[in-house]
Design a protein. Structure first.
Length: 270
């Protein structure tokens, strides 16, 4: 009796095996794609869900002129009105954090008028509205600047602009790349015990250089190299006298930019 042995089904097994391996490969890809999507969506959710604004870091200064010309009169430049019109905008535009203040009086560096520096972006709880806090602190800065102005206006009449700049320079951060934005609310009409700008001969470049040399020798040079200075009320005494204004402007431009090496900006000049 002949026994018929069934032929082995190895090829079929191989085929099934190939399908199984293929399914594993395709299955791995299908599982990997959702994982990648989950990671991407998680990153996007983190970015969109974090509405905490970045912290401010800029150091700023505010110099307030309390001399007689700061009055709200026909011949004055009305320092109070200019502070109210520009200070909070300046602090917001420049993203100021640590902000210091200095007065301009007859002897600015020795003046007893002072207000403490402010942190305009202080640490708060995670649930606090940071923008609301900053807005409130800028309002405090304006209030303090007005207090400084009123104090300066009670001192002996005079306008030591250079001394006010030297005093605010003490707040300038150190380091070659450290920036410093300074708002100066003043008409820049220097008039202290030893130097009155209106009596100087500024008619020629040579004369101006001589006047500046003597002025800096007697009063010292503010350490504001690299700082950005934003005058408000600048030269208002001469707004109807073009020739005198040009001499006045040439004097301060050479002094602040040429000698002190500061950058003078007209953004808030009015």
């Amino acid at each position: 009796m002949t026994v018929h042995t069934p032929a082995p089904e190895r090829p079929a097994a191989r085929r099934h095996g190939n399908r199984r391996h293929g399914n594993r490969r395709h299955g791995n890809r299908r599982r990997a794609l959702p994982a990648a999507l989950v990671l991407a969506l998680a990153a996007a959710a983190t970015a969109c869900g974090s509405d905490e604004p970045s912290r401010y870091s800029q150091t700023c200064g505010v110099v307030v002129d309390g001399s007689g010309s700061a009055d709200a009169s026909r011949t004055g430049f009305d320092a109070e009105a200019k502070l109210k019109a520009t200070l909070q905008t300046f602090l917001s535009d420049k993203k100021c954090r640590k902000t210091s203040f200095a007065p301009i009086t007859k002897v600015s560096e020795a003046s007893k008028c002072q207000v403490s520096p402010l942190d305009l972006d202080p640490d708060t709880s995670k649930t606090a509205d940071r923008e609301r806090t900053r807005t409130a602190m800028r309002a405090v800065a304006l209030s303090n600047a007005l207090k400084l102005l009123r104090c300066a206006q009670k001192e002996e009449p005079g306008s030591d602009v250079l001394g006010g700049l030297s005093r605010i320079a003490l707040s300038k951060p150190t380091g070659d790349d450290a920036s410093f934005d300074v708002l100066v609310v003043s008409d820049f009409d220097q008039g202290d015990t030893d130097f009155r700008l209106g009596r100087q001969d500024l008619s020629t470049a040579t004369n101006r250089r001589t006047v500046i040399d003597d002025f800096l020798k007697s009063h010292g040079k503010p350490k504001l190299s690299g700082a950005d200075v934003y005058p408000v009320g600048y030269g208002m005494k001469y707004h109807t006298d073009t020739s005198r204004y040009e001499q006045f402007n040439a004097f301060w431009t050479e002094l602040l930019e040429g000698r002190v090496k500061a950058h003078v900006n007209t953004t808030y000049r009015r």
